[in-house]
Design a protein around this ligand. Sequence first.
Ligand code: BTN
Length: 268
Amino acid sequence: MKHFSILPNLKNNCGMFSVKQLQAGLNTEFLGREVKYLEKTFSTNVDAWECFQTQKPEGTLIIADHQDKGRGRRQSKWYSSEGKSLTFSFMLQSKIALEKLGILPLLTGVSIVKGIYNMSNILLGLKWPNDIMVSRKKMGGILIESRTVKQEHSVVVGIGLNINESEDDIQDELQGQATSLHIESGEEFSRELILSSILNEFEKLYLNFWYDIIPLWLEYCIHENDKITFHSNNKIHQGTFRGITETGHAKIQINGKTETFSAGMVTL
Ligand code: BTN
């Protein structure tokens, strides 16, 4: 008797990224309906900003196999491995209310955790504001940029994820701090299936579930009520992470008093 598996083929196809396979996995209305694949680019965030000039539709996705100048948060560089990482950006042209912008990184983080769980059964964690964590090491990051023109907020969401990297692919200075799905599980994954699952989750949350983001984010947060070090405005605080406000700001208890911060970095 033949046994047919209903599980998707998670194996990495070890080749160029296939836009066809990605789009076959999408059930979105607007996200990823137009895709620009680049073997090599400077930064997909820069490319996504150019899409506004050429009037591409909302949700246009730029994906690259290699970035020469991948940008991270706080002026850092983002390193990725050709054919192994996922590095992509998409544009949201929408009239996102300003107060929602602080929630967008959290929504993005939740969609990554859910999207990867659907495809791998691996439950990742989140570190405020937008680090994707596994085994207390970073496996992904989110860089959201916004510009306001005539009271409309244009946004680029850029995401970098370590998927099929082995230990040797991790930069020397990041050894011990960064990891990949492959390092954690020993398995290889289809980047196309992982990406389609993330985009499906993102669009669902973005269109319908803004009000569920904070409890969902806290469910995946790996440091709620933990003692942490907090870097903000060139100051370093020791405190306890007490959750997030309804606008996505961090609540940190420092010397018995809870303060809120819109930006900063948590060290575990
Ligand atoms: C971080 O520092 O944690 C954020 C990293 C974001 C990296 C991604 S990779 C795709 C997109 N293009 C960039 O230049 N940066 C983002």
